[in-house]
Structures are given as structure tokens and as C-alpha cells.
Design a protein around this ligand. Structure first.
Ligand code: ACO
Length: 429
């Protein structure tokens, strides 16, 4: 096997090394291409571009494989524990007993928001989208804890991680309570991560919400399945912002904005809108499928397709099974699940979808479980944020530790007016 590739242009030829990852993925290292040849590589959506080396998450999209730090996702959801998986992603190994205890203590200690920060929520209109509030509040955290960014790095990174992973629940719950005009519920130090979040979402001052263990498990599972997905749009955003040495909170706030879009995390909301539209009789399943196939309809089969997976997304497989389990346990019969199943069946029998290798992705079934838990639709993407945060933190940290890190700065191919064409325009006027 050759361990180099050559690029020929005109009379010249340049040789570039092939680098190989631990799972055998190979790439041409063209980092010297421009200085050698004056050429740059053009790949606008980064479909063929590896932007970094990373030891966090491995995906084999052709075979439907997802592993965090080498551990298959199917194993991590057997007894779902989101906090343990968050540690695994960030620190590279499953926590030892003392590490787990220390981290849980840090999460408990950090659950409260500073009282002055709580007042910020009042400044937002009740109609504010919870993703806008979440992004703003994550960024605002850096105003309250400037000392974290000046401290001894190794010691404090665990504290900063716990700070963010813990407070995101409180921020999300307060954003929800604010939008509903409900009183804020303080975190309860006796509760575990997911139960505490559900308590802040759903308790009343006179009536504590007690989470069913099945719901707690389902939420742990959902968060784990969202926890990382290598160089997706929001994680790449976090890395790009972090490459300028912006702090962790600022970088993650940018990640929230990237996740918001309908083609990324916002798809879980779009899926529910699609299912509801069919349920309300606006279109039948067959009509929706036909519309999604027409490029000029502006409509897609939401929750289907993926840049990397050209096979069934393993997260969707797990969520589909979990949907049935949770709804059965809670004795809920959700007509939207039936519609989702019909849509999936119709799409997987249609050559348009099979030829393009379009399968359900993580967002196709997640909303039905969130709905069964009682989470309102406009909070779904915020739930994705809570899940994805450990992944963002892990990537931000991995990049920061890389001694070869340089600021991310893509090139472009300029297609605007030239001084000559600009002059011509002026003459015409
Ligand atoms: N419905 C209908 N057609 C689709 C869909 C879909 N959901 N997804 C892709 N296609 C078509 C494209 O139009 C294209 O057709 P063509 O070859 O005739 O031009 C072909 O399938 C290949 O798709 P791409 O555009 O190359 O896919 P890309 O990698 O750019 O986009 C994406 C991936 C954004 C996920 C896309 O599949 C999509 O929009 N899906 C719906 C939104 C969604 O579910 N997003 C969540 C993704 S998971 C996540 O971010 C958490």
C-alpha cells in the first residue's frame, strides 16, 4: 500500500503523505498544498474534508456504527447513565468510583444559577424561543465566573465542565418556566441528574414532581444518544469558535445557535410538525412522501437522511425500540407514533429513498419520547443541547490540548467584481 498521493498540475507534481486513523480511515494530508502549488482545495460543505484528528467518537456510516471512546453506543445505553457517559466523552475513560462521586458532587454544587442571573430571564418576552434564551444564558455564565478562566487549567477544567453540564439543566428549565409564566423551581440536591431536571421542569412549589424510573431511564438514554457525533455542524462550530481561544462558554453558546437550524437539531421539532400535519389530515402519508420527493416543493421527509449514515442510524434504531417501551409503560397511545411508523415503512419501500440511502436519523423518533415525557415541542431542541453539551466540551478541550492548534481560517474562491468590472459598472451609471 502506498503511503503517499501525488497531485499533478501543469508540468509539476507534488507528493503528499497519507495519514491513517485507528479504524483504518485514510486521508491525504494536503496542509502544504497551497504553499507548494498556490492551489487551494474546494469543498464547500466539507463532505470530503477531515478538519482534525480526534480520539472521541467513531462513526462508520456505511455499517451504521457509533462508538464513544471505542465503546459501542448499544452498550452505553444498556443501563443508561448520562453523567457517566459525559465523563467518558470528556475525560476519555469510564469514571472510577472516586471520580464519579467527585463529579456528582460538583454537579450538585453547581446546579444553582446566581440569583442575579435568574433575573435576566425576566428581560425576555414570554414568547422568546428557548434556544435563543439558552444560547444567551450560556454566554452570560462567563460574566459570572471570570475566575474560572484565569485559574490553573488542569485543576479547573473538571470544575468548568461540571459547572456547564449542571447549569444547562437549570437554564433550560427556567427558560421553559418563564415561557409558561410558572414560578422557578430550585434544584434539589438529593436528586440525580435527570430526576432533578424533571423536578425543575414540572414541580410546583406545593407539589413535588416525582419522576417515574422508566422516564428517568428514557431521558438518560435520550441524552446519551445525543451526547456526541464527531464533526457535525454544531460541534464544528464550537471547534471553530474555540480555535480563536474563545472561552468554553462562548464557544458552546455558538454551538447552540448552530444546533437550532431545521437541518440539524431543529429537525426534531420539524418532525413533530410533519407528523401533526398528517394527523390533522392536511396530507396523507402517501401525499407527504410524494411531496418530499419533489425538489421544488420545499418539503423534505424530516428526520430522514444523514450526511454520514448511508445505513440505518443506530441511534434511531435504539429510539424506535425505546418509543414502544416508554409508551407501553406509561400506557400512552400516541397516534403520531403510528404515523411515524407508516412514514418509515412507505419511505423504505420507495426507490427514491432507498437509492439515495435515506434512513431515519436520531430526530425521527426522539420527539415522540420527549412528548410522552411531557416536554413541549419548542423545548425539544433544548433537550438536544443538554445531551450534546458533553460532546462539545470534549471537542473544545481536545482541540485546546493540541499543541499544533492554529486558528481555523478557511479559504475562498472569490467570484465578485474585479477593479476592471467595477470601473465598467461606474461608467454605465
Ligand atoms: N427528504 C427528501 N430528500 C432528501 C432528504 C429528505 N429528508 N434528505 C436528502 N434528500 C435527498 C437530497 O435532495 C439529495 O437528492 P439528489 O441526489 O436528487 O439531489 C439526496 O437525497 C442526497 O442528499 P444530500 O442533500 O446530499 O444530503 P446532505 O448530506 O447534504 O444533507 C441532511 C443531510 C441535511 C440531514 C438531509 O438529509 C436533510 O435535510 N434531512 C432532513 C432534515 C433532518 O432530518 N436533519 C437532521 C439530521 S441529523 C442531525 O443533525 C441531528
Amino acid at each position: 500500500m502506498t503511503d503517499f498521493a501525488s497531485i499533478k498540475y501543469g508540468e509539476k507534481e507534488w507528493i503528499y503523505p497519507i495519514i491513517e486513523g485507528s479504524e483504518g480511515e485514510r486521508a491525504i494530508d494536503i496542509s502544504e498544498l497551497r504553499s507548494d502549488s498556490g492551489l487551494v482545495a474546494y469543498d464547500p460543505s466539507y463532505s470530503n474534508f477531515a478538519v482534525c484528528k480526534s480520539a472521541i467518537t467513531y462513526i462508520d456510516g456505511e455499517s451504521g456504527i457509533l462508538r464513544y471512546r471505542g465503546i459501542p453506543i448499544e452498550e452505553l445505553v444498556k443501563r443508561p447513565d448520562f453523567v457517566e457517559v459525559a465523563w467518558l466523552l470528556i475525560f476519555g475513560h469510564k469514571p472510577e468510583k472516586d471520580e464519579r462521586e467527585r463529579f456528582r458532587k460538583r454537579l450538585t454544587k453547581n446546579a444553582h444559577l446566581p440569583e442575579r442571573m435568574r433575573h435576566h430571564f425576566e428581560g425576555f418576552p414570554a414568547t422568546a424561543h428557548p434556544m435563543a434564551v439558552t444560547s444567551a444564558m450560556i454566554n452570560a455564565l462567563s460574566c459570572f465566573y471570570p475566575e474560572l478562566f484565569n485559574s490553573e487549567w488542569d485543576v479547573e477544567f473538571e470544575e468548568i465542565s461540571a459547572e456547564l453540564i449542571s447549569k444547562i439543566r437549570t437554564i433550560a428549565a427556567y427558560a421553559y418556566r418563564r415561557s409558561k409564566g410558572l414560578p422557578y423551581i430550585y434544584p434539589d440536591p438529593k436528586l440525580r441528574y435527570c430526576a432533578n431536571f424533571l423536578h425543575m421542569l414540572f414541580s410546583m412549589p406545593y407539589d413535588q414532581y416525582v419522576a417515574d424510573p422508566e422516564i428517568e431511564d428514557a431521558l438518560n438514554l435520550l441524552f446519551i444518544l445525543h451526547a456526541d457525533h464527531e464533526q457535525n455542524c454544531s460541534t464544528s462550530t464550537v471547534r471553530i469558535v474555540g480555535s480563536s481561544q474563545a472561552n468554553l462558554f462562548a464557544s458552546c453558546a455558538a454551538g447552540v445557535c448552530a444546533l437550532w437550524g431545521r437541518l440539524h437539531g431543529g429537525a426534531n421539532v420539524a418532525v413533530m410538525e410533519m407528523l401533526q400535519q398528517i394527523h390533522d389530515g392536511e396530507l396523507t402519508v402517501k401525499q407527504y412522501i410524494e411531496k418530499a420527493k419533489q425538489k421544488d416543493s420545499g418539503c423534505k421527509l424530516m428526520g430522514f437522511g444523514h450526511r454520514i449514515y448511508k445505513n440505518y442510524d443506530p441511534r434511531a434504531r435504539i429510539l424506535k425500540a425505546s418509543c414502544h417501551r416508554v409508551l407501553q409503560k406509561l400506557q400512552i397511545s400516541d397516534p403520531l407514533l403510528d404515523i411515524a411508523l407508516q412514514l418509515e415503512e412507505a419511505a423504505l419501500e420507495d426507490p427514491y429513498f432507498t437509492e439515495r440511502k435515506l434512513y431515519p436519523n436520531v430526530d425521527f423518533y426522539s420527539g415522540i419520547i420527549f412528548r410522552a415525557i411531557g416536554i413541549p415541542t419548542d423545548m425539544f431542541t433544548v433537550m438536544f443541547v443538554i445531551g450534546r453539551l458533553p460532546g462539545w466540551i470534549a471537542h473544545w478541550h481536545e482541540q485546546r490540548e493540541d499543541p499544533t492548534l492554529r486558528i481555523a481560517r478557511p479559504r475562498q474562491i472569490y467570484t465578485g467584481p474585479t477593479p476592471t468590472s467595477g470601473q465598467n459598472c461606474a461608467e454605465k451609471i
